[in-house]
Design a protein around this ligand. Structure first.
Ligand code: PLP
Length: 273
């Protein structure tokens, strides 16, 4: 397996990042996960734009898009696979022990993992912890993911594949690695970005392609929604068949099935929509 580090391809076994890299010591970094179909990244321009927004949110220098594109192409060419996930990690670089950034420039790592198609439907749980829609990291895709790891572990313990958060005012927000949509009276709704959710790329494309509405939704909408689905780079559009103790028999329901179909058709037309 070859990865990109320090401006070139390296064997993963011999690639070295400082043990004082701030991505490791204080979670000072940002990242993207990009789907790659037969060696071509999906929606790479949108991912690079979000990487830059996240980096600016942390006060990191703008990543060099040309270098990241070159890195992705090189890693994909060196590790051919039918369905892959590129992981672009961009950190504050190595610095002193503590939270001050050092003098060194950022670290860029691009790696690739094999991935698989997810089932059409899944179970989710809600968790008692909240997303802080007013926090400094709100809406940024940072490597400070430990809260998501804790929540996802809770979901797995309950036989679910995703955990959903409310925000601090009790509104539905997002999952640990996905956005959430609900169907009410035949109409699709998803929480607005002001809820504190990540500006998911799959979410944005689903809103564009289906006309879903952005609506403030109380968490208990999950108890009465006719259909619920998740969107993410690795799930595409995935129906929910159980939320906490509530079953949603027949998932994917008709509206979700239409969103899945539209997403599949439209995303196949253009790999950089
Ligand atoms: N929300 C969070 C917290 C995420 O980490 C992700 C994806 O990694 C998403 C939503 C979905 O975003 P995307 O569709 O761009 O993968």
């Amino acid at each position: 397996m070859k990865i990109w580090l320090d401006g070139g391809l390296r064997d993963v076994g011999s690639a070295r990042v400082s043990v004082f890299d701030h991505g490791l010591t204080v979670g000072d970094g940002v990242f993207e996960t990009v789907k790659a179909v037969d060696g071509t990244p999906f929606a790479l321009t949108r991912h690079l734009d979000r990487l830059t927004r996240s980096a600016r949110g942390l006060g990191l220098p703008d990543p060099d898009h040309d270098e990241v594109r070159r890195a992705c192409a090189a890693v994909l060419a060196a590790n051919p696979m039918p369905l892959g996930r590129l992981r672009i990690t961009y950190t504050g670089g190595h610095g002193p022990l503590g939270s001050d950034r050092g003098e060194h420039g950022p670290t860029l790592v691009v790696a690739l993992g094999e991935t698989r198609r997810r089932p059409d439907s899944t179970a989710v749980v809600t968790v008692p912890w909240t997303r802080n829609e007013r926090g400094a990291l709100s809406g940024l895709k940072t490597t400070s993911y430990a809260e998501n790891v804790v929540a996802l572990t809770r979901a797995h313990e309950q036989g679910a594949s995703e955990a959903l958060f409310a925000n601090t005012v009790g509104q539905l927000c997002e999952g640990t690695g996905s956005n959430v949509f609900v169907v009410l009276d035949g109409e699709m709704h998803t929480p607005p970005l002001a809820s504190g959710c990540l500006a998911g790329i799959t979410r944005a494309l689903t809103v564009e392609w289906t006309g879903a509405r952005e609506t403030d939704l109380p968490l208990d909408v999950l108890e009465r929604a006719d259909e619920i689905f998740l969107t993410s780079t690795l799930r595409d559009v995935q129906a929910v068949h159980r939320v906490d103790g509530r079953e949603l028999p027949g998932a994917p329901g008709p509206v979700t099935a239409k969103a899945m179909r539209l997403f599949q058709e439209r995303s196949g037309d253009d790999l950089d929509p």
